[in-house]
Design a protein around this ligand. Structure first.
Ligand SMILES: [Zn+2]
Length: 253
């Protein structure tokens, strides 16, 4: 079985030397890696990696936790225009309630990136932490022809259905393996595989038993096994649908 890790930060320093890591991740079935950026400080790095390694695909964006990105949104537009042929998405972008003081700026930067995605006919990879309803209402106001992924989805069944109605897939990562992930597992069981993609968010979002920052794309196999048992479907069938879902979002324009 082969997998696409649709959201991993393997440009981070902790993954050096990357050659050795990539060989190991390939050996456990991770074929492609979609690497979102967080802000101007790693745009160049993510682009460089994608030029150096054929299995790494870049996304450019401003993460909501870096609200100083407000001043850099025009700069992002220039980068997207320059690299649009090799980008597979805009992101990661979105809203994060943990950073309350900057919510208004986060919204403005998020909307700007949605408009950019639409202008360049790209999907988005969205970070939404306790802001699913707000993200949904913004997405309704700024519809995207290519949709995208709600990365690391955690929310209710109604919120999941709302995103799916707008043409979005839900990113499933380590949270589905957590003992306290009962609620998420029950939502996912009701959603079904056709709306899901796999991700690790490495080095973040540990799987059960890992410490913070220890996660790598190799965890995709364990996330997949957990998902298979939640959905009670044949593993090979599931892996093929998940792979195709990821291709549909990121590799089919
Ligand atoms: Zn991320």
């Amino acid at each position: 079985m082969v997998f696409i890790d649709t959201h991993c930060h393997i440009d981070f320093k902790c993954f050096e030397p990357l050659d050795e890591h990539l060989a190991q991740w390939h050996s456990v079935g991770v074929e492609h890696f979609i690497v979102p950026s967080v802000g101007p400080e790693n745009w160049q790095r993510v682009i460089n990696l994608s030029e150096q390694y054929e299995h790494i695909f870049p996304a450019l964006g401003i993460h909501p936790c870096f609200s100083d990105g407000f001043a850099q949104k025009e700069e992002l537009a220039q980068w997207v225009a320059r690299f649009c042929q090799q980008l597979v998405a805009i992101g990661e972008c979105g809203l994060d309630r943990r950073f309350k003081d900057t919510i208004e700026r986060q919204k403005e930067v998020f909307i700007y990136q949605l408009q950019l995605a639409q202008q360049f006919s790209l999907p988005v990879t969205i970070h939404s932490v306790r802001m699913n309803d707000e993200v949904y209402s913004i997405l309704k106001r700024y519809p995207l022809s290519r949709g995208g992924v709600i990365h690391a989805f955690q929310g209710s069944l109604i919120q999941a259905k709302h995103f799916i109605e707008l043409g979005f897939k839900l990113g499933i990562g380590g949270a589905i393996t957590w003992p306290r992930g009962e609620n998420l597992r029950s939502v996912i069981a009701q959603i079904g595989v056709q709306h899901l993609v796999l991700e690790t968010d490495s080095p973040d979002m540990p799987i059960v038993g890992q410490r913070k920052g220890e996660n790598t794309p190799a965890a995709i196999g364990y996330i997949f096994e957990t998902l298979s048992s939640v959905l009670a479907e044949d593993a090979k069938f599931l892996s093929e649908i998940l792979y195709k879902n990821s291709e549909d979002v990121f590799f089919t324009s």
